[in-house]
Ligand binder design. Structure first.
Ligand SMILES: Nc1ncnc2c1ncn2[C@@H]1O[C@H](COP(=O)(O)OP(=O)(O)OP(=O)(O)O)[C@@H](O)[C@H]1O
Length: 341
């Protein structure tokens, strides 16, 4: 378990981490999300004892990092894939780490095997690709067989097979009852991997919740209906007091009513449906909605730079129209409202 209590880090004027309090629990994969510069790496460095908090503290299974004897046996971390002496082989790099933490040298070959680097174990890491460097970093994190593991952008540089491998590894580690804390900017990957989410913005905690709740509460999910009898559908929905919006290609979008209930309603009224499909909002959409006001570094499209900037909310999701950001009239406010509402 990792416990943060009012963890704060200041670099001069910059408050990089601002009073974070949360707990990362064992047995689940906890994702760590935040826009660029929001303080994720700084937080992870403090968890690994690589940076000293300005105030507050981190406890690893109840102990501060500096009080851990042979810390690699308690916590392993992948922070920077290239934190290896380029002239040293993968084997020697891991052997040095093992020796300084009283870890058996035989464990070096075990972790090299786990990450698939056995065949290049005695080659200098200077010639390693980004993906091989990433695998070596993961081997280092696993070396002490720790109960707590941190991975900062673990799929960075990995090919599809490597991404699949790390996804399964992370899942297995959590299934073994370990505490697994993972940051990634790849929302699709995070959606597949994490059970729980910690979201920060400008160093502050924005959410500490399950993946499912995060998406439900921060993005718009709905059921799409297509019918060759649109007038009858409108009449049936209106009679039931069910609101609807117009969607693409003549479809209707209904929020807050399960697809099963809509299907039964249509059947009762002998209404022909060509589509009845629940549309689950994506993690990316939920993340962008939640962090829209915490994004520090905004990119601009060339047209914006030509003075034809859209009036959309800063940081609003691609395609969002003016007034669709948080603080406007709510989710989906930019979409065409049906007469049924
Ligand atoms: N050593 C440092 N000295 C000064 N400022 C720093 C230092 N390390 C980080 N910062 C600043 O602290 C803030 C948080 O940085 P951090 O790298 O933790 O963010 P991040 O969420 O990991 O970003 P990214 O997603 O881009 O990797 C940034 O404004 C960064 O410039």
């Amino acid at each position: 378990m990792i416990e943060l209590e009012h963890l704060t880090k200041r670099y001069g004027e910059k408050l990089a981490v601002d009073g974070l309090t949360f707990t990362v629990r064992p047995g689940v994969v906890t994702g760590f999300l935040g826009p660029n510069g929001s303080g994720k790496s700084t937080t992870m460095r403090m968890m690994l004892g690589l940076d000293k908090p300005s105030s507050g503290e981190v406890r690893i299974d109840g102990k501060r990092y500096i009080d851990l004897k042979e810390p690699l046996r308690y916590i392993g971390g992948l922070l920077e894939a290239r934190g290896v002496h380029p002239g040293r082989s993968a084997h020697n790099h891991l052997l040095c780490l093992a020796q300084s933490n009283e870890i058996s040298p035989s464990r070096v070959n075990e972790v090299l095997d786990i990450v698939g680097l056995t065949s290049v174990a005695h080659k200098r890491s200077k010639g390693f690709s980004l993906g091989m460097g990433q695998r070596l970093g993961i081997a280092g994190a696993l070396l002490g067989d720790p109960q707590v593991l941190l991975f900062d952008e673990p799929v960075n540089g990995l090919d599809p097979e490597g991404i699949h491998w790390i996804r399964n590894l992370i899942r297995d580690l959590a299934d073994q009852g370990r505490t697994v804390f993972v940051s990634s900017h790849l929302m699709s990957e995070m959606a597949l991997t994490a059970d729980h989410l910690i979201v920060i913005g400008q160093g502050r905690l924005l959410a500490d919740t399950t993946m499912a709740d995060f998406i439900t509460h921060n993005a718009h999910s709905f059921v799409r209906i297509r019918t060759p009898q649109p007038e009858r559908l409108i009449a049936v929905l209106s009679a039931e007091g069910i609101g609807w919006d117009r969607g693409d290609e003549g479809s209707f979008e209904v929020s807050d009513v399960p697809a099963e209930q809509l299907g039964e309603l249509a059947a009762r009224h002998r209404l022909v449906l060509h589509e009845l499909s629940p549309q689950r909002a994506s993690l990316e959409e939920a993340f962008m909605r939640m962090t829209a006001t915490s994004v520090e570094y905004h990119a601009h499209t060339p047209s914006e730079n030509n003075g034809t900037a859209s009036a959309g909310a800063p940081g609003a999701p691609p395609g969002a129209e003016p007034g669709s950001g948080p603080g406007s009239s709510g989710w989906g406010a930019h979409r065409k409202r049906g007469e049924g509402r």
